[in-house]
Design a protein around this ligand. Structure first.
Ligand code: ASP
Length: 311
């Protein structure tokens, strides 16, 4: 087949404050988003599979301290980083996910390995890490993921919980932002989607969000692929990613209409901040969010590249 190829990525959606973000920081985000989307697109233009494109794009974002995934992910209440991640291939409905892991440099790569090399869809905690070692992954200290910025966010949030009125001067909401994801369609017309996150700052040890839950944070079928970002507890209850793809499949609506309905009506009604990226089988891209901003980039079916942060 010679389907048009396209890829979209996100680096999280939420309260991104334009006034507090310097030009230098904005430029750093633009550079990294572009690097990520180009890494994924290179896989597609070489004839590679959409799942590999998604993993390539997400790996770039996990390796950057700017995003809430891999190195630089947010800290839980115990000042540790715990990752959740998932991937799904739309043509086969194959899926892999990991949750609550603390020692794997690139969680999306492990999620992909769970999909391709195990009989399971989701592995968690030490069981996931034991599987990782058997698969040849290196274990890294949890400190590898730590950054001063995320520690400061945790401390500020603890202060707020204790009643402090301290105003953050960070350009992002302290609570949650920077989860990463990608959706791609390859030359065979196969759509894949993946998501990776450290979750929410100050989360309880063992808390799992929507990102590794197939149907909530990530979903792909033959018509549609979605990666979501936002307050996970709401996204799980609204089964966001599957809801959108199900509307496309059964509801006779376009991906853009379905994503708009779920993000700007259903989630808004639940007071849930966030957004989604999606691609349909015609390689049409949707980037939809109900928050102040969403770090996002795409290369469309005509090869046009877009990199944006704000509305
Ligand atoms: N959805 C993620 C979670 O709740 C957070 C985010 O997207 O920023 O774990």
């Amino acid at each position: 087949m010679n389907s048009p190829i396209a890829i979209a990525i996100h680096g999280g959606a939420g309260a991104i404050n334009r006034e507090k973000m310097s030009g230098r920081v904005q430029a750093a985000y633009h550079t990294k988003l572009q690097e990520s989307v180009e890494a994924g697109y290179a896989v597609l233009s070489d004839g590679g599979a959409s799942a590999d494109a998604v993993v390539a794009a997400i790996t770039v974002l996990e390796d950057s301290p700017l995003f809430n995934a891999g190195h630089g992910a947010v800290m839980n209440h115990d000042r540790q980083v715990e990752h959740d991640s998932s991937i799904m291939v739309g043509s086969t409905l194959d899926a892999g996910a990991i949750a609550g892991i603390s020692h794997i440099r690139n969680p999306i790569q492990l999620a992909q390995r769970v999909m391709t090399e195990s009989d399971h869809v989701m592995l968690i905690g030490t069981g996931a890490e034991e599987f990782a070692v058997l698969e040849g992954f290196e274990l890294v200290d949890n400190e590898y993921f730590h950054t001063q910025r995320r520690l400061d966010q945790l401390i500020r949030l603890e202060g707020k919980i204790a009643g402090s009125e301290d105003e953050s001067d960070d350009f992002e909401s302290d609570k949650q932002l920077g989860t990463v994801g990608s959706v791609a369609i390859d030359r065979s017309g196969v759509i894949s989607a993946g998501t990776s996150t450290g979750g929410m700052t100050n989360k309880r040890f063992g808390r799992v969000g929507d990102s590794p839950i197939i149907g909530a944070g990530t979903y792909a079928d033959e018509n549609c692929g979605i990666s979501a970002t936002g307050h996970g507890e709401y996204f799980i209850r609204a089964v966001v990613a599957h809801e959108i793809c199900a509307m496309v499949k059964h509801g006779g609506v376009t991906l853009a209409q379905a994503a708009d309905h779920v993000v700007n009506e259903q989630l808004v009604k639940m007071t849930a901040d966030g957004g989604v990226i999606g691609i349909d089988r015609h390689a049409e891209i949707s980037l939809v969010f109900n928050s102040l901003g969403m770090y996002r980039a795409s290369v469309d079916r005509d090869g046009e590249i877009l990199v944006e942060i704000f509305r």
